[in-house]
Structure formats: C-alpha cells, structure tokens
Write a protein that binds this ligand. Structure first.
Ligand code: FES
Length: 600
C-alpha cells in the first residue's frame, strides 16, 4: 500500500525546482515568466492534467471546462496544476482508425510524464481509445495517477424516439438501405442522435472502458456513470483534482492498486454490462503494461459465471443516462456480490467494497438482479479452432440466437475495398446461410484493426428481411454494433493466419456453446494453400505506421507494441503464425519500466 507521507524535498519535482544550481534557476525563472510566484509551486505537488480535448473530439467538448474544475480542486488541495494536451483520438474522425494511434497516445503519455517535473497526474479521457491509451502510458510511468472519465452523453432523441449512439446508426442505415425510411427521416436522425457533450451513451467501447477503469479502482467511486452534462460530473472533476494531491503525498501509485484480482473485477464488470468486445484487446494490453498476464481465456472463464445485468443497448434496451438514474455502476457491482473482489484498493484510499457499500438499484429493469438477468451467462465468448488458433471473439448476447450453432459456405472478400465493391452486387452468390468472410482487416493488415467487423449484410438479403447472418473477420467491432460477428481472429490473415486461406464455398462451422470455430477443409489442403500463400506488401513506408507494423502484437496479446510490454507478462501460448509475425518485426523482448531522466 501507500508509503508514509512525503516531505516536500522528496517530491519528484524538487529535482527540477528545489535544488540550487543553474538548471533549477532556469526552471524557476521560466515558471516566473508564466506569471507564477515561487510560493505558488515550491514544495507543492506538481500535477499534470493530461487533457485529450481538441476541437475535433466531439465527445470531449466539455473538457475545456472540466480541466478548470480539476485545476480548482488541485489548487484547493495545495497542489500546482499543469494542463498538458495529449493526442485526442477522436473516434469518428481519425482515419483509418483511432486504434492505429492508441499506442501513440500511450507512448506520449509515458514520455510526457517522464520528461517533465510531474509528481502525479490526472488522466482526462473517455472517447474509445483514450481510456486504454492514457492508462497504458501512465502504468508504464507508474506515478500516482487518477482517471477522469468523460461521462456519457444524454440520450439521443428524434421524433419522440430515443436514439442510441452507433447502434441506431447501424439500425436506421439498414432501414434506409432496405427502403424502409426516407432520406428526410435519415437527416432527422443525424441531427438528434448526439445532442450533448460526452462519449457514446450506449454500451460501446467508451462506456465499457470507463466502467472498467472504475472497477479497476482508478476513478472516484461512481464517477464513470455520471452523464457529462450533469453538474455532478463537474463536482467530481474538482474532487478528482483534490484527491490526486493527497495521492502524491502518500505516494499511492498505480502499482499499489492494480492486481490480477482488480483486472478480474474489470473483466467481470465488462461482462455484466455486456460491454464492448474491444475491451478484451484493451484490458489485455493495459494488464500487460502492469505485468499481469490477463488472457482471453480468462475472459471466457469469467463469462461462463457472470450474468448480464446491465440492460443497455446494443444487447439491451436502455442507455447510460438510464443506468445512472437506476443506481449506476456502484449498484451493479453490489448486485454482483461475490463475483466482485471488494478487497481491492482504489484511488481514494478505500477498497472497492467500501466504495460500493450501500449502493442500491432504483430501477431493476435497467440494472437487473441476479435472479432476473438479461442473459444468464456468456456475455462474450472466446472461440478457438483451426480457423483461429490464437482465438477469436463473439458477443452471443447481441446476435440472433439461431446462429449460435451454424454451418454454411464462405463468401470471401480479400479486403475492405473488395467487399465494398461487391457486397451489394445482384450476382453475389449469397444466401442467409452463407458466412461472410473479410480478410486483411487485422492489426497489421488493415492497418490498425479497424472497427469493420460488423460486416454489411448484402442488400438483396436485407430486402428479403435478413437482419443477421454469420460474419467473420480479423477486425474489431464497435461496441455499439451487434450481430453474429466473429471478431479478432488471431493470427490475422495478413500475417498468414488461417483466415487468409479461406476460399469461396469452403464450409465454416460455428458452435458458440462449444467455443469452436472450424474450417471444414482438410489439414493437407490447408497446408498446400499455406505453401502457396504469398505475404502481402506491408502498408507503410514511412512515419509512425512503420513502427506500428513492425511491433504491433496480435489481438490476443492486446495489440500493444512488443517493446512496451512489461516483462514477466510474456509466456502465454501462441500459434506458429503468431510467433512468425513477431519474428518479422525487430522485436525487443526485454523492455524495462520507465526510468527517470537525467536533469542537466
Ligand atoms: Fe467518442 Fe463514441 S465517438 S465515444
């Protein structure tokens, strides 16, 4: 646990400000240049407020104000706040995918914290990849840190109907393509579906990861459920600023909070809320930064005993605003009982159990009781088989149940462009029993493993009334999406995984209950296809992308860069293809935790 209270001269920032030499003269004179008297910062914790605000991040528009509230709290507690802008990762706008840049935010977070005179930090994120990116970097630096979740936006509204981010976009897009709604109605949806600050209010990646951050013990209790527009969100921002100052004095670091059990709590939370499949990739990566070997198999183990209690779209009916009014995450965690380990420590210095004590469910349709779950178990399922030696993922709660056990012929698209060009073609040989397969959509190939995994249903099937069919790719899928979509196939096709070998007409077999994904093609035939397979040209020739394609790990390892993982986490099993991919990069297998810079 935390150490005895620090003395001012033991602060990390003292090395910049407190010593009497030429360099510290420079630091003090330049701080004076910014208008601060030495009495405002000398001997006080210097707190970085890492802000992912930008003018293009629609989910973080309130962060310009929230950062002032955080700073107010830091000042009030006797700290010295320093706002630092970091990569914004605006999900709707950044192409090809924010996932390509999650590790860039993680690197930036670690390097900013390391290279400036910071004693602790507040991490301001929420829009999908910002939560894992900030946490990964902060864990590697391991200063006292606290997370400020952006909070969900208010319910969408259109013509008297409630709209959910993403989920209703896909739903009404399908209706438009099927000719069931007009262009004017589609425009009305466009203006009403996102009508306040905050992240997506469905159980997408943002709500999933901010809830997971709270279960990990990294936010003030109850914070992740508060809508961004609620005045209590602003109050919690100020309290977060106050708290980080105390965390610095007691030297309460992330390594004092994160354990294998706290990650189990986070996984259980994700499962109980029918959270985004993206959480698997992100939590694995976050855990591996903390030196904890969280595996996809652990997700599957916990899924078999965890009921889905959060009745939130896309798997359920309601939105995060309803979830907050129904009691929020604290109430859900109480209901999970012994499935949550309440002894785990959190950022406010109390255990998770102490933080959730007394929380109540106020609407047991929104937060179901264990006696009446939305789904009894299997919020997520991890599949393996000859088509996915290192695993694949499906979300059984968000698919048509007749597809849980399915067998059908593959219709293969070699990449996204091929799919876009042919999927709606009248002469595409496809039926409702077909299995749509998309290749080259993984971490290296796409690149960045975009959220393409909710592959479109061919228009001619939509017109016949088909709304779900089995679809398989090595992509991810937005947490706001739904359908019988097998995702995260590892190793990916681009590096020679078996998905690269599938041909039109091959029979694909899915059995969710048996956790099996099988290609009914003989081993000999697959070996012959593999021998004839030619590695495709890598997508990047310059810039950050080159680093990405050389060092990104496969989905089952979290898609971190191999040289940024904390040692001791490695050692989980992977297939020959996965190992072969690692060997293609200039792999560094012995990364070290962040070290302090020399100050000259
Ligand atoms: Fe930011 Fe969905 S677009 S969370």
């Amino acid at each position: 646990m935390s150490s005895p209270r620090k003395k001012p001269e033991e602060l990390r920032s003292y090395r910049w400000y407190g010593v009497n030499d030429l360099r510290s003269f420079g630091h003090r004179s330049r701080t004076a240049q910014m208008g601060y008297h030495s009495s405002e910062y000398m001997g006080k914790p210097v707190i970085a407020v890492l802000n992912t605000w930008s003018e293009i991040n629609s989910c973080h528009t309130h962060f310009k104000q929230r950062v002032e509230e955080v700073k107010r709290g830091i000042w009030a507690a006797g700290g010295f706040p320093v706002e630092m802008p970091v990569s914004t990762l605006a999900e709707p706008f950044q192409k090809p995918t924010t996932m390509l840049y999650r590790n860039l935010l993680a690197m930036e977070t670690e390097e900013v914290l390391k290279s400036y005179p910071f004693d602790g930090c507040v991490l301001m994120g929420g829009c999908d990849k910002t939560t894992p990116g900030l946490l990964m970097g902060a864990i590697s630096m391991n200063l006292p840190a606290i997370y400020l979740p952006a909070g969900p936006m208010l319910r969408g509204n259109w013509n008297g109907r409630t709209l959910g981010s993403g989920s209703d976009t896909w739903k009404y897009w399908a209706e438009l393509r099927a000719g069931k709604i007009t262009e004017d109605e589609w425009k009305g949806i466009e203006s009403g579906i996102a009508r306040s600050p905050g992240h997506c209010m469905t159980m997408g990646t943002a709500s999933t990861m901010t809830s997971a951050a709270e279960s990990l013990g990294l936010t003030l209790p109850g914070f992740s459920s508060i809508p961004a527009a609620d005045s209590r969100h602003a109050q919690f921002a100020a309290l977060t600023g106050q708290r980080i100052v105390e965390m610095v004095w007691t030297d309460q670091k992330l390594s004092d909070i994160l354990t294998a059990k706290s990650f189990d709590n986070a996984v259980t939370t994700v499962l109980a809320m029918s959270g985004s499949t993206n959480a698997i990739v992100h939590l694995v990566a976050v855990a591996r930064r903390a030196g904890i070997n969280l595996t996809t198999a652990r997700f599957d183990e916990l899924a078999r005993i965890t009921p889905v209690l959060g009745n939130i779209r896309p798997a359920g009916q309601y939105l995060m605003e309803d979830f907050y009014y129904a009691g929020g995450l604290r109430a859900l965690l109480v209901e999970l009982g012994e499935l949550i380990d309440g002894t785990q420590m959190t950022v406010n210095g109390q255990t998770l159990g102490e933080n959730i004590a007394g929380a109540e469910i106020y609407n047991d349709d929104v937060i179901r009781t264990r006696a009446n779950p939305l789904v009894a178990r299997d919020g997520l399922a991890v599949l393996t088989g000859n088509l996915a030696p290192d695993g694949a993922v499906i979300k059984p709660a968000a698919m048509e149940q007749h597809l849980r056990k399915h067998r059908g012929p593959a219709v293969v698209f070699k990449d996204y462009s091929d799919m876009a060009a042919r999927i709606d073609s009248d002469d595409l040989d496809v039926t409702a029993d077909s299995v749509i397969v998309l290749q080259h959509a993984g971490p290296v190939g796409a690149p960045g493993m975009p959220e393409w995994g909710q592959l479109p249903i061919p228009q001619k099937l939509l017109k016949e009334g088909v709304r779900d069919m089995l679809r398989i790719s090595d992509a991810r899928m937005s947490g706001t999406s739904y359908g019988a979509c097998v995702l995260h196939v590892a190793p990916e096709s681009f590096v020679g995984g078996p998905l690269a070998l599938v041909k039109d007409g091959d029979i694909v077999e899915l059995d969710v209950d048996a956790r099996r994904l099988h290609l009914a093609v003989s081993d000999e035939e697959l070996a012959a296809r593999k021998a004839a397979w030619v590695p495709p040209k890598r997508p990047f020739e310059r810039g950050f992308g080159v680093m990405h394609q050389m060092h990104v790990t496969q989905a089952n390892k979290g898609c971190d860069f191999d040289f940024l993982e904390t040692p001791s986490t490695c050692g989980s099993q992977e297939s020959a293809q996965g190992q072969a991919h690692s060997a293609q990069g200039a792999q560094v297998t012995s990364s070290k935790p962040s070290t302090e810079p020399e100050i000259h």
